[in-house]
Design a protein around this ligand. Sequence first.
Ligand code: ZN
Length: 370
Amino acid sequence: MNKEIITAKWFKTRYTLNKNGWLQPLRNAPVEYYDPFNPYINDNGNSDNLYLLFTNLDIEKGKEIENFYNRFGPLGLMSRDFGSIYPMPKDDQMTAEKYKEEELFFTDSENNPVPFETGATLHQFDAAPFINKFRSDGIVPELTEIQQEAGENVELFKWEHLKFRSVIDLYTAIQENEIHSIQNVLLLLDSINNTKPMIIDGDYPKIIDLDYDVAENHAEEKPKAWWTDKNNNDVIRKSLEELMLHLNREIGNRPFLKLVFDPVDLTINKSVRWRCESLLNAMYIMLINNITEGLRIKRCIGCGKYYHVGRPEMKYCELSCQNRAKMRRYQEKIRRVQDLSTRGMEPEEIARELNAELKQVLKWISAWRG
Ligand SMILES: [Zn+2]
């Protein structure tokens, strides 16, 4: 992946998850700019891959979410709602003191104006300092500048997380040809898209709690089972198309085409750039890039974590996880031997039943009887 084609600005600072469910930046904490694509490009497919770290978060643990923010900064949810900030005149007449006659607005995803104060309520930042600066000096704030002051709602974070994980689930189910899983994920994705925990009621934004059962109940109410009467090949084909549609929706209009002039060759060329104003977009772009490269992702049967597949026959995220699973199975076998022995089964019979060596069975029984 060519780094030259990405245009963005990422930052991180200190965050805390408050009791109202908002991740808020700490006042006066230093802001550090960084590029999440650096480790991605230099160490592709590594175990510390950003979007896999995100997918593997245990979102029931607020501390894990808070740590993620402190390590990588906000998801950038505001820049997914708003495109830019601009001043709009109260009337058409421009005077010498025109800034006093203008108001600041955000543009939403459909390019409609949203009052600056509404944006401030929606994203939990103090609008006053920005408005004052605009009134006194005519300075229009930059989105990044505001993002550094803004909070992010944990319910929205969970919603985006669930959606991201489900897209990966769809991808892995397609790779494994698991028709039943594909159908389940498609139903879930459909209901997730219909249960965004943020609603705008008039001008006033409201966050509703996302109950995880809500998404699943919704799926039961509104099944969109296009796969009835379709054979498995058709299901795979159509679900690949669905995967593409979901990913395209997530990146929205971010990739753009631009003409560039080369003064040496005297040629005009086209150049495709990715604009990703948020960390979440960056993670989607990394995922899309890996999908187009054909990189395999699996879910570990031992610990449930998602990982990049090195060897296709591998079923565990790493060797230590495989060893832990082996140990669990071993201990489980010992417990069963002891259990059957308590119920009066003879050691020879137990050995046959559990496909174990008699010597070993006798040893486990005697160890347990002390
Ligand atoms: Zn594992």
